[in-house]
Write a protein that binds this ligand. Structure first.
Ligand code: 4AD
Ligand code: MG
Length: 448
């Protein structure tokens, strides 16, 4: 243990061992004879108690040390007589690294509202809940790389600055240079999706995935939309829509497996303080067989439900969040994968079904979130693809390179995009997407 983190000390230190623990004071308690400092360092939720006798080196410095201050405590690991911990650190020396003014430090009291914590986003990682959320976020990112590597997907990087609007929704941010007009010689935007580039790479590498930031200028101030969010986009040659659904289902389950395996104590905390049903929802998702239905069947279920939805249910209209949540939370009570959406409400690149009315799109809906994944089999038949682009009033010349992909060696291929923040919401129980990304960017919000 070169410079042990607190989790290392708690897991591996032996009674009698001498070491230095570094951390922030979570709480301070003074009894007649001794001072107790509970230390945390972000390595996990767990804390180490340091017991400090008067007269040890550095003791005089402790006067102004309270919650939020940073310290280095050297001492001997002893069995703890107190409840709640097996080990504690009997200090021989304490060094104050940084004080935290007890009048102004905002995180002393427990039970701040999420809104308040959002207003101090630069400090909230120090709270237990946000520590848990961001550790789970990190674990999900690592799990993503492990999962796709194990399935033979190559990790690729696609550009953030782009000249094509993949989703055709037009809600994009423009990129301009301060040094030169028309820097790129054409209008350039921040990407909404790496998919089109990923398709090009899948046609060489077979199976690829991206994991990067994406940007949407949607003016929707909901608790599920950000202007800057991260997306994981696998793309696989020789995959059809069914392979795509299989991949999506096993990926989501692998994410949950990792959360339980690696961040069990964080999930437990969030289950206590944020969402009482969290463990149950995750356990159900991990073990259930996802329901697979067509859009047409979904519309029938919604029509038969007798529910008064805010948005009307009608074949041809897009499913709203309330419809998605009804299907997955109340009707099927497990994740639902919907395929065969009307072509009018989906993007130009999707594979046309034989009915010529629907496309091989698939959305994955999960409880509490609604749509967590959107994907499709891609249209690889060049003529149909060109026809669709023209039908939609888009310009063929803007898609020359994309069309080339299917001019040479076209094969069925498919992929999807998982909204990473929505996955973090799902795995943490957090209800506002602004609380699962450290520094959220949304309409009217770019502080920190
Ligand atoms: O359904 P979407 O728009 O699909 C695509 O962008 C495809 N090109 C993906 C692909 O096939 N490669 O977005 C995918 C996912 C959504 O299901 C949602 O989880 C998330 O991205 N998402 C957002 N997350 C946060 N804020 C937003 N504004 C989001 N828009 C989409
Ligand atoms: Mg979508």
């Amino acid at each position: 243990m070169a410079k042990p983190r607190i989790i290392d000390i708690l897991d591996k230190a032996e009674i009698g061992q001498t070491l230095t623990a570094y951390g922030w004071v979570r709480s301070r308690r003074d009894s007649k004879a001794v001072t107790f400092l509970v230390l945390g360092d972000g390595s996990s939720l767990k804390t180490l108690q340091a017991v400090i006798d008067p007269g040890i080196e550095g003791h005089a410095e402790l006067t102004h040390v309270g919650t939020g201050a940073s310290v280095a405590v050297t001492g001997e690991i002893v069995a703890s007589p107190g409840k709640g911990q097996a080990l504690e650190l009997k200090a021989t020396r304490v060094e104050v690294l940084g004080l935290a003014d007890q009048e102004s430090y905002p995180l002393q009291k427990k039970g701040h509202s999420m809104e308040f914590l959002r207003s101090i986003a630069h400090l909230r990682a120090r709270s237990n809940v946000f520590g848990a959320v961001f550790r789970i976020r990190a674990a999900l990112a690592q799990a993503t790389h492990r999962f796709f590597a194990a399935q033979g997907f190559h990790y690729v990087h696609t550009p953030i600055i782009t000249a094509s609007d993949c989703e055709g929704a037009g809600a994009m941010f423009e990129v301009k240079a301060s040094t030169k007009d028309h820097f790129f010689g054409r209008p350039a935007m921040l990407t909404v999706s790496g998919q089109l580039n990923a398709e090009a790479l899948a046609y060489g590498l077979g199976r690829v995935y991206t994991f990067g930031p994406t940007f949407r200028a949607e003016n929707s101030n909901t608790n599920r939309h950000l202007a800057e969010f991260w997306m994981i986009e696998p793309e696989a040659a020789f995959f059809d829509i069914h392979d795509d659904m299989d991949l999506a289902e096993s990926y989501l389950k692998a994410l949950i497996d990792t959360v339980f395996a690696e961040r069990g104590d964080d999930v437990e905390l969030l289950g206590k303080f944020v969402d009482k049903d969290l463990v149950k929802t995750l356990e159900t998702t991990r073990t259930a067989t996802f329901v697979r239905i067509s859009y047409t069947e979904a519309i029938e279920v919604l029509e038969r439900s007798g529910r008064a939805f805010e948005f009307p249910v009608k074949w041809g209209a897009d499913l709203q969040s309330e419809h998605e949540r009804f299907l997955t939370e109340e009707h099927f009570k497990v994740p639902v994968m919907i395929t065969g959406y009307p072509k009018e409400i989906k993007s130009f690149y999707m594979f046309a079904n034989d009915d010529d009315k629907t496309v091989a799109a698939m959305d994955v809906l999960v409880p509490r979130i609604g749509e967590i994944i959107g994907g499709s089999q891609r249209e690889h038949r060049l003529e149909r693809l060109e026809r669709r682009i023209v039908e939609l009033g888009m310009r063929l010349e803007d898609y020359t390179w994309y069309l080339d992909l299917n001019r040479y060696g076209a094969v069925p291929h498919a992929g999807f995009g998982l909204g990473f923040e929505r996955a973090v919401m799902f795995c943490t129980g957090m209800v506002n997407i602004r609380d699962v990304v450290p520094f959220p960017r949304a309409v009217g919000q770019a502080a920190f």
